[in-house]
Design a protein around this ligand. Sequence first.
Ligand code: ADP
Ligand code: MG
Length: 730
Amino acid sequence: MSSLRYLALQEMASEEKKVAHYGGKRITSMFASNVFTGRAMREYLSDEAYKSLMNSAKSGTKIDRKMADQIAAGMKAWAEERGVTHFTHWFQPLTGTTAEKHDSFFTIKSDGTAIEIFDGDALIQQEPDASSFPNGGIRATFEARGYTAWDPSSPAFIMEAANGKTLCIPTIFIAYNGESLDYKAPLLKSIAALDKAAVDVCHYFDKNVTKVTTTLGWEQEYFVIDETLANARPDLVMCGRTLVGHSPAKGQQLEDHYFGSIPDRVYEFMQDFEQESYKLGIPLRTRHNEVAPGQFECAPIFEEVNIAVDHNSLLMDVMNKVAKRHKLKVLLHEKPFAGVNGSGKHNNWSLATDTGVNLLAPGKTPRTNLMFLTFFVNAIKAVHDHADLMRAAIASANNDHRLGANEAPPAIISVYIGKYLTEVLDEIETRVKDKFSEQDEVILKLDIHKQIPELLMDNTDRNRTSPFAFTGNKFEFRAVGSSANCGSPMTVLNTIMAQSLKNFKRDVDALIEKGEKKEVALMHVLRDYITNSKKIRFEGDNYSDAWAEEAKKRGLNNFKTTPEALDAFVTDAAKKVFFENNIYSERELDARHEILLEEYVKKVQIEARILGYMATNHILPAAINYQNVLAENVRGLKDLGLGESSYKAQLNILKVVSGHIQEINDNVEAMIEARKKANNVEDMHKRAAMYCNDVKTFFDKIRYHADKLELLVEDKLWPLPKYRELLYLR
Ligand code: ADP
Ligand code: MG
């Protein structure tokens, strides 16, 4: 009998794969064709409705009911012309995926006539049957009401799937009492907080600024493997990563994959999901191979952060769907394969004014340069003050495999700014003296604007080991996991930046009130911030043991696991900064903490179950079969009266195999016991710690013996597709 693996390998070779390409179509001809864009609004909305929606998108003004009815009617007309039959409120609950509940436009009036309708009510608010979304105790089941509420700042779009078309309304997801249960609601609040704080600080330099927008450009890494092979592995199906599997003979040591040519099958898949993305208005720009075999990356042009987060969530969904058409499976997991690089999602973050200035790009005049320095230093100060929140924002069971492993940024948060800007900050620190009278000269001497842009391009490089690096005109948060919702890290970053800017303004104004000149006051506060945030800056190799030691001396935390890292959300400092910036109430933070811990427990629990199952139902039977082969062989040789020398090797292998079988059996049993103990603990924090420290420890042990068996057991008998088969796509 052939193993599942052999059948999968055969089927994979004979499958018909979908062909997809651009066929000469221009991207501009399809871009945003499924989005209710400004242009579509112009066409389908009255002047009044158009203005109301535009205003709301720009400045958050409320849209009244009458207007919402008009907008809904326009949206419906636009959508129906494109063959849409259903609509859904589209939202991003804390499960980490996106959620939809489809309703049709179709309804029956009281007199029995069937009509199609979509009114302001349906547009503005829905009540999904949402008691099953994680809520951290905010919604007791008896009051299981959660609402989705329209976010007019992100345009509606049409999702095409399986030949159906659905109008999707981006929404926030909140409990009946207004407490947030998703990623978008806090993100929107953080955007507003940062806008206000940044505009206030901009006014030191330019009174014309009325709005500051946060920008995000993400870079999405992912693996692509054959779907049929993936389906033959319970771990890939259920956990999105392999729990066992020996490294292939050829790993990434040849480094021949990075920027190498893209395999045809994957290339067709890329062209397909790119076109779906373009229709949805996702401005994808780059695609390439990544370091590991089977690993790739795509990145869009950066956008306003709320839209960028929506687009990333959408993209992940689109990729999963489109991959199926190609009999492929996309792995967005942070660490699908041991021994090869994991996947991240760099979050490039910056701030832009409505006067067209990137606040993190060095300026062309001393004055705008001082503005750059102000925002630059405040970002460093923000990370310094709340590094633990940054770590918490990216904590997940998946990302634990990556942070701290020797490839991705470590779990220690630090900021890299490059040699040149380090010199600039050092100069400010040493030359700005306390005696205010000497200041004018000092400030003029800091006329660094001429050299900065050119130098930066060369010098901001590429400390690939840093979790948070300045890269010329933006900061790049590199420790974010590939499957994460960017809303979490962006909310934290925006919030702590808002807080830093508010403190900055308070400190500068205090000096100005004492009669200090504005520029002098600015320089002084900057100098203090530079001095006070120094310990967060690190230019060296983040992977080295020396850094872990040095960081410890500096008092920087190194939370290697999610349960530890998440605690930062419920400290007094966290509660204060979130509360003061109107992002989360204390209750919301507690709930979120609980939800994330529970999410962690569930992830590890599922992995433990699947690992136990695979060991018992796949690996041990294969090993026992092979044991039988060996035993029979030994017995046969013995029966023939051949001496021990003729079966010595077989007997040896048999003993080794038996040893591994025993170890796997014992460890699986012990793991089940540990799980039972953890499940009996009510306190979610304790339970998460137990899953982390007592259950997960068995993963490596079981894996070790399973991987040894993979090397010993006859290939034909091995049931699980091997790494070399998964990673080297034909
Ligand atoms: P790389 O880092 O690969 O050399 P780039 O520096 O050009 O490439 O950009 C990487 C990512 O940074 C892209 O997704 C891009 O959209 C984004 N990006 C560039 N400028 C900004 C900005 N001002 N704000 C946010 N993201 C940006
Ligand atoms: Mg990058």
